[in-house]
Design a protein around this ligand. Structure first.
Ligand code: NAP
Length: 493
């Protein structure tokens, strides 16, 4: 069992309190993978102080030099990929192939941001006056609180840590209390690549205590949060009153639209991956499948058949398709939504129960679950469930499909062979990410990632300009007059 510590000002340290969090393996709920400290105010203060102290030095390191450290971190994560992936799968419960892709995303963003150290561009534009320069430059913001969820234990922290670092910020990172071991290993590898003390600090603890103390700390300049809309909305209110920079990536209720001209085999394969990959515990999970009535029967039967063949089991076995849910609370929440769906009048055509055969009873497994006859206004069609449950909704045409609105707007997808349907969906789907002939998951790090409406507020993650670089920099505009006289803009010619 791994004993994780906090990491503050270049040293591993215990929290002030001796209380700890036990990180359990969701596939075998009584087995602990590690423990981490439950930090409180003293620990948060120390970490913020260390980050503040390190900021003037780190922001002055030339960005290409910061990039060299990030490049070494990328190389080191690559070397440790398999070990980290196994920690991710054991601790979070995603199947090992997905554990590897979680780590691969961290590697991808590390290389990408290392290169960004030689770009970090802003603008130089002509002045309307002779003997005058006009330009903007990007500057680091200061000390950032990074608060992350459990469903991508290495990818999401990396999406925040690498752009924050390349831009010259210093960090206090509070990972989810369900995945402290993976987070600590990632932070250790990055620090070992040569970061100066105080630049990347790790504070473990509960969201309610360490998370909220950190977010509301007077000496934090910015917050980058990924998690539920409920917590995100609370942080937004808090940051508005404290005038901090904040970006929140939050929940989703993502649709796949399957048109009458779609390739049904492709749509079935995509829906299977979108709905049941990561046991549905992705912000971008395909939790609504909106199907044209002319192909409803064919699609539904093929989808049900394919989903019924998925193998549940130990996430570390290479032949498992679907792993467990993260914890008992999440499992019970999904079971509750199955009751809600049934009581709302939807028809359960697959699954609907906790899976308990063999060793499955040791973990939090739920059978892949499909409801049909779902109406757009039902709770199972509106609320984020975060489990292996998807709702099939029948529509008469594309307009009807697009009109199926929810409060969220993260990812959306359409399966169609018709270029006009594709173009209309691209234009009219009210979501931050649109996929054509692919499910609602599959983003790549070189483009910004984030949602509309309740799914995201503030700057987007990943990508460069327009994405994470905007999140972690502020723009300064500089006018330099070398004419040797007073020149008045908009007045002198
Ligand atoms: P969560 O409960 O909102 O927690 C996210 C993080 O916030 C955790 O580190 C948590 O700590 C911390 N936290 C909780 N309460 C806090 C508070 N009052 N102040 C400050 N921090 C607090 O979300 P989750 O259950 O970990 O993750 C699932 C959610 O994340 C889903 O809604 C999913 O859609 C969303 N998500 C969104 C994206 C995206 O990019 N849009 C990506 C992945 C996940 P503890 O762990 O100690 O509670």
């Amino acid at each position: 069992m791994k004993k994780v510590n906090n990491y503050i000002d270049g040293s591993y340290c215990k929290a002030e309190s001796s209380k700890t969090i036990r990180s359990l393996t969701p596939a075998h709920s009584t087995v602990a993978i590690g423990t981490a400290p439950l930090s409180g105010a003293v620990d948060v203060d120390r970490a913020v102080e260390a980050a503040r102290k390190a900021f003037p030095f780190w922001r002055a390191v030339p960005a290409p030099k910061r990039g060299e450290i990030l490049y070494r971190a990328a190389e080191n994560i690559l070397k440790e990929k398999e070990e980290l992936a196994r920690i991710v799968s054991a601790e979070m419960g995603k199947i090992i192939a997905e554990g590897r892709s979680d780590v691969q995303e961290a590697i991808d963003i590390a290389y990408y941001m290392a290169g960004e150290g030689r770009r970090l561009s802003a603008e130089t534009v002509p002045s309307e006056l002779a003997g005058k320069d006009c330009k903007s430059v990007r500057e680091a913001i200061g000390v950032f609180a990074l608060i992350t969820p459990w469903n991508f234990p290495t990818a999401i922290p990396a999406w925040k840590i690498f752009p924050a670092l390349i831009a010259g910020n210093t960090i206090v990172f509070k990972p989810s209390s369900y995945t402290p071991v993976a987070a600590a290993r990632l932070a250790q590898i990055i620090n070992d690549a040569g970061l100066p003390p105080g630049v990347l600090n790790l504070v473990n603890g509960s969201g309610e205590e360490a998370g909220s103390l950190l977010a509301s700390h007077d000496d934090i300049d910015g917050i980058s949060f990924t998690g539920s809309s409920k917590v995100g909305e609370g942080l937004l209110k808090l940051s508005a009153s404290l005038t901090k920079e904040i970006s929140c990536e939050m929940g989703g209720k993502n649709p796949i639209i399957v048109m009458d001209d779609a390739r049904i085999d492709l749509a079935v394969e995509g829906a299977l991956w979108g709905a049941f990959g990561t046991a549905g515990q992705r912000c971008t999970a395909s939790s609504r499948i909106i199907v044209h009535r002319d192909i409803l029967e064919n699609f539904t039967e093929a989808f049900r058949k394919a989903a019924s063949a998925l193998k549940l089991g130990d996430p570390l076995s290479e032949d498992t398709d679907v792993g467990p849910l993260i914890n008992e609370e999440q499992m019970n929440k999904v079971l509750k939504y199955i009751e809600i769906g049934t009581s709302e009048g939807a028809s359960l055509i697959l699954g609907g129960r906790r899976a308990t055969g063999g060793s499955l009873s040791e973990g939090y497994f739920i059978e892949p679950t499909i409801f049909t006859g779902v109406r757009g206004n039902m709770r199972i069609a509106q609320e984020e469930i975060f489990g292996p449950l998807t709702a099939i909704i029948e529509v008469k045409d594309l307009e009807d499909a697009i009109a199926n609105g929810v409060d969220y707007g993260l990812a959306s997808s359409i399966y169609t062979q018709d270029v006009n349907n594709s173009a209309i969906a691209e234009r009219d789907l009210d979501a931050g990410i649109v996929y054509i002939n692919a499910p609602t998951i599959g983003a790549e790090i070189q483009l910004p990632f984030g949602g509309y409406k309740k799914s995201g507020l503030g700057h987007k993650e990943a990508g460069g300009m327009g994405g994470a670089i905007d999140m972690f920099t502020k723009l300064k505009v500089i006018y330099r007059d070398f004419s040797g006289k007073l020149q008045k803009a908009q007045m002198d010619s």
